[in-house]
Write a protein that binds this ligand. Structure first.
Ligand code: SF4
Length: 314
């Protein structure tokens, strides 16, 4: 007889409004302007999404210098770009469409306004992540300082920052780890200015909270998402910290640890903000081949956020 297994499915999971919008922008640009359409960097960090868009005629490049036909439209990814990128596109007379998530743009404008108002800006985030490169690239190099960890914050020399200090954050960080870093910064700079509205976005926060609810009840926990997806990686960390040490990322086409799964009573599943629901359903179907599964969707909240497309694509 097949092994009985309960699957707790986190909700919300998967696509957020920013990812939905970015993918729609590529699809609508292809429909309106034909192929090929260039996309600077993976539009969202998911291998399957990128492969599907390639089939429709998108060509992915890392830099504008790789664009072979500059008469074709170029789309900037949801993670945002440094100011130098649209400047380069304009100099080269390229037609570009910006698919930066509006919540990332909000952080860009925030950093810019803080700088204009005389603040030294600290960015809490992960070095070399495209969103961090984009946010840092809104200001002159010397005006923004990256802090990655609590230790990094503890070691920060207060004399390095001469003006009043403010901080902004990457949108996809761990809510709890970021709180710890902010505590340290507040100890060093009691007057530090915080963002008016939290920079870690609603989608990141909701997905982490949903994981916290389920992970302590599970023998194993799976996050469907790509290795380079920051918010998916954070979900694995959150699941581990919430008590399910046996938590792992399941990238596209990754073999499931079926031997370990069939030893479990209860497993949890969620997906990162850039992972299509189809991939979650594929994982469940695969598990069902080996176990007698009962499903429960644990709903933390219903998300109603949507973002408008650029006017000329409507
Ligand atoms: S994770 Fe948040 S900031 Fe990133 S694209 Fe989605 S909604 Fe926007």
């Amino acid at each position: 007889m097949a092994k009985e297994l309960k699957i707790l499915l986190a909700s919300p999971r998967g696509f957020c409004a920013g990812v939905d919008r970015a993918i729609e922008i590529v699809k609508k640009t292809l429909i309106k302007y034909g192929s090929p359409v260039y996309v600077r960097h993976e539009i969202v960090h998911n291998t399957q999404v990128v492969e599907n868009l390639k089939k429709l005629g998108a060509i992915f490049v890392e830099e504008l210098s790789e664009v072979e036909d500059s008469s074709r439209p170029v789309i900037f990814s949801a993670h945002g770009v440094p100011k130098s990128v649209p400047e380069e596109a304009s100099t080269k007379k390229m037609f570009y469409i910006d698919a930066t998530c509006p919540l990332v743009t909000k952080v860009h404008r925030e950093a810019e306004s803080l700088h204009k108002n005389g603040y030294d800006v600290i960015l809490i985030g992960h070095k070399n992540h495209p969103e961090v490169l984009g946010t840092m690239g809104q200001l002159p190099k010397e005006a923004i300082k990256l802090i990655e960890t609590v230790k990094h914050a503890q070691n920060l020399n207060v004399n390095e920052l001469k003006k009043p200090v403010a901080y902004v954050t990457q949108t996809t960080l761990s809510v709890d780890d970021t709180k710890d870093i902010i505590e340290v910064l507040k100890g060093k700079f009691p007057e530090i200015k915080s963002p008016i509205k939290e920079d870690i976005c609603y989608a990141t926060t909701n997905r982490q909270e949903a994981v916290k609810k389920i992970a302590p009840l599970c023998d194993m926990f799976f996050v469907v998402g790509s290795k380079n997806s920051s918010n998916s990686q954070r979900l694995v960390e959150v699941a581990k910290k919430s008590g399910c040490t046996n938590s792992e990322l399941i990238p596209f086409n990754e073999k499931l640890p079926i031997d370990a799964i069939i030893k479990c009573e209860k497993i949890g599943i969620t997906s990162g903000a850039s992972a299509p629901e189809r991939l979650v359903q594929n994982v469940i179907s695969e598990i069902k081949k080996h176990c007698n599964v009962s499903m429960e969707e644990v709903v933390l909240t219903k998300e109603k956020v949507t973002f408008k497309l650029p006017k000329h694509l409507n």
